[in-house]
Design a protein around this ligand. Structure first.
Ligand code: RUQ
Ligand code: CUA
Length: 773
């Protein structure tokens, strides 16, 4: 062995020896003074009550355990979606949607840049979003665990996330609105995803002075057609309905009894335009002058027909049903609703529509049946200034319930007729009976609750059990971290007569508005991709590269690299280009093992990416700065992760290489080779022992272990190949090359041993049975 550079094998062996010694030392030094604590003594030491312990027992998920529900929360100004488990409230993932996110390489690799580029507006990159309302795809009115949709309130857009891999696949830009809020909501079978305007503006982005507000400014609602087969929204088959400039707010689709209809509330039917700086009363006064606003009741299924019949106009290439058509065809009806409402929620059976006015202490329950009767009888109280029929509130109302101050949003229980409504001003959540109009229970919230969520709480089949309060202020609930406080999601047990607070979870990413929570068993995400998948399109990438097919192709000034990633090397390990070349590096992660992600970055070139098993993704840049730029894998993927490296060499224009600039030569000898082979034989003995243990147990009963065994077998197969190469070189007396191949052989053995040991530990912990062979 040369003295210059110990072989990787020798270094790794050293590392194992050190860690083993460390463990031995720690065990030996464990002082007897560390007495066992009892539950009682821990309670005393930490000042915990019986109540606290009960809450802990209801939320604690033991190590390795899973949560019962998975929640998808909007991430507010972060432009992301936050995924967490219920009841543990452990954060599982942030899904990047409207903004670049380096870990997932979203907005860094070419494939995801293409998704973000779909969200460009007026020729501009929009690198953030104000995500408000996630919606899960539904089948027969219940979540099916396939897709998630989320809106961007600031820049009217909707994104599609595929729950097959929890990645954002599509962003669509509203062709007609300047802002939005009432999205995303999915219809019973996800035929359409809804998006409603928030702040009125001329449709299509034209200019009009505020003096022409009533004539030129418009609200509206868009029905985005969802193509489930393709997993994408289809702009060609989508349409909007023009609405009055009433600040449409939130929406909900009808279901079961109200199937085919949708509901959208509004909050500034005064059509006030503000202007405090011009001596006029401010927006907040002008927009809350009247006692009521309007609930928009829309027959969307009929609207689809109206569009098919060619009765829509085109604005920016998008079909819009104008208000006069909507009135004539009987598509839109208005019903007065309590002052400044926020949100509208359809009951699980679809028979009632719940609306709360922030400035009215009553929550209103409308009867869909009564609404239909009024429409059928042509029984209207009049028309609004745009010719839309108004249904008399009393004739549509089922009941009115005083729940408390500042009622906002409503969710439903698995128990029939039971709802939960947030009380923003009171800082409480109310449990009530919407059929009989009775308040049942209230619980204080810390502080100023906005939305709330129950499990499957907006579907035809709510699951009850838990409620999460999404609070606007945290104030004193957590360790202070400066003037910008985390958000606070509070978990509440709703399975008993009295609601009980279980847990406070700080969320430090942005202000979540709405959450949807699904039975975890309905989610079936993949653990790996088919080799060569462009994950953003779901198709096999033309740049897919298999082991042995790696190459660097030059075409004029374009250099294209087809490379691979696998523990623990990047192929190619050297990329040489000329100053000014355009470089695209396509990489494929060849791993089949669970969680074996590799990263890739090139120093100083702002190049970064992430490759989950099977993924093909690409990074492109112009090599405009000459020099030496190391690249490496950014995920600690194996004991030899640090060695997962390479060099980008950018030769300066006009550079002439001189004699002697050859690669330094290593000179391994036969002694080095023999030593490595001895190590390998010993390692094989360890592997054989582990294999013997695993196969002596009923490991096939554990799918996780079966997957580990597959992975280990794969690694051992590679070891076989490397061993053959080593022996071939040794037979020729090429001791240097033979030693390197023997080192590679050992690396595969170590990886197999590592996986095998994980499987063994798993079986031991699960108390796997002995089986006769
Ligand atoms: S909204 S609470 Cu989009 Cu209710 Cu914020
Ligand atoms: Cu791959 Cu570190």
């Amino acid at each position: 062995m040369t003295g210059r550079r110990p072989s990787v094998a020798a270094r790794a062996a050293g590392w194992f020896a050190i860690s083993a010694a460390l463990v031995a030392a720690l065990v030996a030094a464990a002082p007897a003074a560390w007495a066992k604590e009892t539950l009682q003594s821990v309670m005393k030491r930490r000042g915990l009550t019986q109540q606290n312990l009960l809450a802990a027992a209801k939320t604690y998920v033991p190590t390795g355990g899973r949560d019962e529900f998975v929640a998808f929360s909007s991430g507010g100004q972060s432009g992301m979606v936050i995924v967490y488990g219920i009841p543990s409230m452990r954060i599982l993932k942030y899904i990047a949607v409207f903004n670049p996110e380096p870990w997932q390489a979203y907005g860094f690799d070419d494939e995801s840049k293409a998704v973000l580029a779909q969200g460009r507006m007026d020729g501009r990159d929009i690198t953030w979003g104000d995500t408000h309302h996630p919606a899960l795809s539904e089948t027969n009115g219940d979540y099916d665990g396939q897709y998630l949709f989320i809106n961007d309130k600031a820049n009217p857009r909707i994104a599609v996330i595929d729950l097959h891999d929890f990645e954002t696949k599509q962003i669509v830009v509203s062709p007609v609105f300047q802002s939005e809020h009432g999205g995303a909501f999915a219809s019973e079978n996800t035929e359409y995803v809804m998006e409603a305007v928030q702040y009125a503006a001329p449709l299509g982005g034209e200019y009009a002075p505020l003096e022409q507000f009533n004539e030129k400014y418009r609200g509206g609602v868009t029905y985005w057609k969802f193509d489930r087969e393709a997993g994408r929204l289809d702009p060609e088959r989508s349409f909007s309905i023009e609405l009055p400039p009433y600040s449409q707010d939130l929406s909900d689709f009808g279901k079961l009894a109200s199937s085919g209809w949708s509901f959208t509330n509004s909050f500034c039917s005064e059509r006030y335009v503000g202007g405090i700086e011009r001596g006029r009363p401010p927006f907040e006064a002008g927009c809350s002058a009247k006692d009521t606003d309007y609930l928009h009741v829309i027959n969307w299924r009929k609207a689809v027909k109206v569009v098919q019949d060619g009765k829509a106009v085109e604005i920016n290439g998008h079909k819009v049903i104008m208000m006069d058509t909507a009135a004539k065809e009987g598509l839109v009806y208005l019903i007065p609703e309590p002052k400044s409402p926020h949100g509208v929620d359809v009951t699980p059976d679809g028979r009632y529509i719940v609306v709360s006015g922030k400035l009215d202490s009553h929550t209103f329950v409308y009867s869909f049946d009564k609404i239909q009767k009024a429409i059928a009888a042509g029984d209207f109280a009049g028309k609004d200034p745009y010719g839309l029929p108004i249904i008399d509130m009393k004739k549509a109302l089922h009941t009115q319930v005083p729940l408390g101050l500042g009622p906002l949003h409503t969710q439903f229980d698995s128990k029939k007729g039971i709802a939960y409504t947030s009380l923003y001003v009171d800082s409480m959540a109310a449990r009530w009976d919407y059929v009989n109009g009775k308040l049942l229970d209230r619980i204080p919230i810390h502080y100023n609750i906005g939305h709330l969520v129950t499990m499957h709480g907006d579907t035809v089949k709510p699951r009850g059990k838990y409620l999460v309060a999404l609070n606007k202020l945290a104030i004193d609930r957590f360790n202070p971290v400066g003037p910008l406080h985390p958000q606070n999601h509070q978990l509440i047990d709703i399975s008993n007569d009295k609601m009980a607070l279980l847990y406070d979870m700080p969320l430090p990413l942005g202000e979540p508005h709405y959450v949807v929570a699904i039975d975890a068993g309905l989610l079936k995400p993949a653990v790996r991709y088919k080799v060569g998948t462009n994950t953003r399109t779901g198709k096999i990438s033309p740049a897919k590269t298999r082991a042995g097919e790696e190459k660097i192709v030059r075409d004029g000034k374009q250099v294209t690299v087809y490379g691979t990633l696998i523990r623990s090397h990047i192929t190619p390990e050297i990329i040489e280009v000329n100053e000014g070349d355009s470089v695209t590096i396509h990489l494929t992660n060849l791993e089949r093992a669970e969680d074996q992600t590799h990263g890739f970055t090139i120093s100083k070139y702002n190049v970064n990416g992430s490759w989950e098993p099977g993924k093909t993704a690409s990074v492109s840049f112009v090599a405009d700065v000459p020099g030496v730029f190391p690249y490496y894998c950014t995920e600690f993927c194996s004991a030899l992760h640090l060695e997962m490296q390479g060099y980008l060499l950018v030769k300066p224009t006009g550079y002439k290489s001189k004699v002697g600039e050859l690669m330094p030569k290593e000179e391994y000898t036969q002694a080095d080779y023999d030593k490595q082979v001895k190590t390998n034989v010993e390692t094989q003995a360890v592997i054989d022992e582990v294999v013997a243990f695993i196969t002596s147990r009923n490991y096939k009963d554990y799918p996780d272990v079966v997957a580990l065994v597959e992975d280990a077998t794969d690694q051992l197969g590679r070891a076989e190949d490397a061993k053959a190469k080593a022996e071939e070189e040794a037979a020729k007396g090429n001791w240097h090359s033979a030693t390197l191949w023997a080192g590679q052989w050992w690396q595969y053995q170590v990886k197999a041993a590592d996986i095998g040991l994980r499987a063994k530990t798993y079986l031991e912990q699960q108390g796997a049975r002995q089986v006769r062979k």
